[in-house]
Ligand binder design. Structure first.
Ligand code: PEP
Length: 257
């Protein structure tokens, strides 16, 4: 069974005290009504991870980083290594978010190195893929995501996939208020399972958790999360407030078998 995951990507929002407050609210909601069928993860900015790790300690809230360097250590000014994330209390890492690809020019070889290094250091990975609006309009969605699976996950084996979750995030839906319809998202999620089978090994696709991301809100969460191949959501804007994030967690609980 693929347990649902609701992950909140805080992006560059919240100071340390604001982040601690938000994390406390999420932990308190978890404690009042622990979700039985849904994993909850939060990805604050690096600078808050250590403080927030004290808040989530002993709770079921998973904590991770939004990015990571492709080397263990070295002359990489401004970067953060996997051991640093772990020493701050992070257990997860987002890799290949479209904002990293677009604004920081992360390419497939860099993403591939980051994924391998994260897994080697026992961090669990959320690997993001997705097409731009231009690519969708040119009917290239399948080619783009297949290419991302092929090159970003190069050399990975079935056992690595146990610690990796894929997030399908159409770039045109991120932060825009435009969501893929449940049918559009379902179609690509099903395709991604086949892509994982083709690239990694037959049978791995159906075991891999695949989240949807792109303007997921309390209002559209249930429709998306009830699709058979959508195993959760990577949430940006709607995770910055505990109430709306929690409604998405509840939607996941409601539709989980
Ligand atoms: C994201 O950043 O991964 C994301 C999906 O953002 P939003 O929910 O704001 O579209």
């Amino acid at each position: 069974m693929r347990k649902k995951v609701i992950a909140g990507n805080w992006k560059m929002h919240k100071t340390i005290p604001e982040g601690v407050r938000l994390a406390k609210s999420i932990v308190s909601k978890m404690e009042k009504k622990p979700p039985a069928k849904t994993e909850v993860q939060i990805f604050p900015p690096y600078i808050s991870i250590s403080a927030i790790s004290q808040v989530v300690k002993g709770s079921k809230v998973g904590l991770g980083a939004q990015n990571m360097a492709w080397e263990e250590q070295g002359a990489l000014t401004g970067e953060i290594s996997p051991t640093m994330i772990k020493s701050a209390g992070g257990k997860y890492v987002l890799i290949g978010h479209s904002e990293r690809r677009a604004y920081f020019k992360e390419d497939a070889s860099m993403i591939n190195k980051k994924i391998k290094l994260a897994l080697k250091n026992k961090l669990k990975v959320i690997h993001c893929v997705g097409e731009t609006l231009e690519e969708r309009e040119q009917n290239l969605t399948r080619d783009i995501v297949l290419n991302q699976i092929e090159w970003d996950l190069k050399d990975l084996k079935a056992e690595h996939m146990r610690n990796l979750v894929i997030a399908y995030e159409p770039v045109w839906a991120i932060g825009t208020g435009k969501t893929a319809t449940p049918a559009q998202a379902q179609e690509i999620h099903a395709f991604l399972r086949d892509a994982v089978d083709a690239v990694i090994a037959e049978g791995v696709g159906k075991k891999t958790r695949i989240l949807y991301g792109g303007s997921v809100k309390p209002e559209n969460a249930e429709g998306l999360l009830s699709q058979p191949d959508i195993d959760g959501a990577l949430v940006g804007g709607a995770c910055l407030e505990a109430g709306s994030f929690w409604k998405i967690v509840q939607a996941a609980e409601k539709v989980s078998k």
